[in-house]
Ligand binder design. Structure first.
Ligand SMILES: Cc1ncc(COP(=O)(O)O)c(C=O)c1O
Length: 394
């Protein structure tokens, strides 16, 4: 049987990460994967997470199976935290998932079970796994424009493309800190999107993977909440990987909003059925940690404060990089990077220039020009800026 297996495509990100692992140069910089690192280059376990884990270990609860929807208290906490109002939570249901990826896949399954062959619109450029996840669930994918020629947000392009989205379509939107571009719509552009969704009737699927790391938690969640209040139906995929630092604990949640509580009567069972055939039920540990933090006012405050420190470091890194690039005579590039948000920045470099950055300077970003701005130790920023300037030339 196995000799029939055709050579599968290699995941481009993990392939680059492996190349980095084999690079012996001491000056190497790994800016490929979206992982926060502190000033020493370490991805820390957050203090609030450590404390929650200690409390959970002391309680030593049973590891018996949980239900197919995972941890019910976690689902309630996600609804309250993300939607932020009783009006929205009253018309929403949530199930715990295997991180943000699991939420996207479960929601894609739900769409497919509801309307096989539905078209899902994704941004161009998109998070590298959006298309594969949607296609794996059997959905058709169409792109809409996101970034203009100058590297800024392409409001006209996006609205023009999405004006063609039909009533039966789904539009996948990243709620904040767009991956890979770092470019987000203004509040006005979000309002235009909500009006378009309301007018044309397509269903937004909001992917939230970086809330808390852009403009702050409430500001980052505001577009998703505004959309939810203005459309009858909406899907939300939530990842706790970045903002709780729970990458390997695979913690996330799928939320479905309908026009009324009654409209949701089949939703949870449909999501459970999808989970049952994929992984049965999600892992408990990360969800228990998040619930412990969110249910305890002291721990919750401590977590939010740590998140603010992370956000501050990301912002400082971006400011520092743009200042160095401007000093090196690349004011245009500096201005583009300055307007970006969240863990990623999109360098105005093509695949050949990114390869140059790798071979000449051991700086690893994705072939599309994306670098993880949250992954640079502060003292290495001058080196990064010099390397980018050398590749840009001029
Ligand atoms: C936009 C976006 N959505 C979803 C995910 C999936 O995250 P998780 O690790 O929680 O599956 C990522 C991860 O990088 C992402 O960037």
């Amino acid at each position: 049987m196995l000799e029939l297996l055709p050579p599968p495509p290699v995941d481009p990100l993990w392939d680059l990460a492996a190349e980095f692992g084999a690079d012996p140069r001491p000056e190497r910089l790994n800016l490929v994967l979206g992982v926060y690192r502190d000033h020493t280059g370490v991805t820390p376990v957050m203090g609030a997470v450590r404390e929650a884990e200690a409390r959970l270990a002391a309680r030593a609860e049973s590891k018996e199976y949980r239900g197919l929807s995972g941890n019910a208290a976690f689902n309630r906490a996600m609804l309250a935290t993300v939607l932020g109002s009783p009006e929205l939570t009253a018309r929403a249901t949530a199930v715990q998932t295997v991180a943000g990826t699991g939420a996207l896949r479960l929601l894609a399954d739900l769409i497919c079970r509801t309307r096989p062959g539905t078209t899902v619109w994704i941004s161009d450029p998109a998070y590298v796994n959006h298309r594969p996840i949607m296609e794996a669930a059997g959905l058709a994918v169409r792109p809409y424009r996101w970034v203009d020629a100058a590297g800024g947000f392409d409001r006209e392009g996006m609205l023009g493309d999405l004006a063609q989205a039909q009533r039966d379509d789904v539009v996948l939107l990243q709620g904040c800190c767009h991956n890979p571009s770092g470019v987000d719509p203004s509040a006005d552009a979000w309002a235009d999107l909500a009006a378009l969704a309301g007018h044309n009737g397509w269903v937004p699927l909001v992917d939230l993977a970086y809330h808390g790391l852009g403009d702050g938690m409430e500001a980052d969640l505001a577009p998703a909440r505004m959309l939810a209040a203005r459309v009858p139906e909406m899907l939300v995929a939530i990842s706790c990987s970045k903002n709780f630092g729970l990458y390997s604990d695979r913690t996330g949640c799928a939320i479905v909003l309908g026009p009324s509580a009654r409209s949701l009567r089949h939703v949870e069972t449909a999501l459970q059925n999808a989970a049952r055939t994929l992984y049965s039920m999600p892992p408990e540990h990360g969800a228990a940690v998040v619930t412990t933090i969110l249910e305890d006012p002291g721990l919750r405050t401590a977590w939010r404060a740590e998140l603010e420190v992370m956000r501050g470091r990301i912002t400082a890194n971006r400011t520092d990089l743009t200042a160095h690039l401007a000093n090196l005579g690349h004011e245009g590039t500096a201005r583009v990077l300055e307007g970006q948000k969240g863990m990623f920045s999109m360098l105005p470099l093509d695949a050949g220039q990114m390869a140059d950055l790798r071979t000449r300077f051991a700086v690893y970003g994705t072939t599309s020009g994306r670098i993880n701005i949250a992954g640079i130790p502060a003292h290495r920023i001058p080196y990064l800026a010099r390397s980018v300037a050398a590749v840009l030339g001029g």
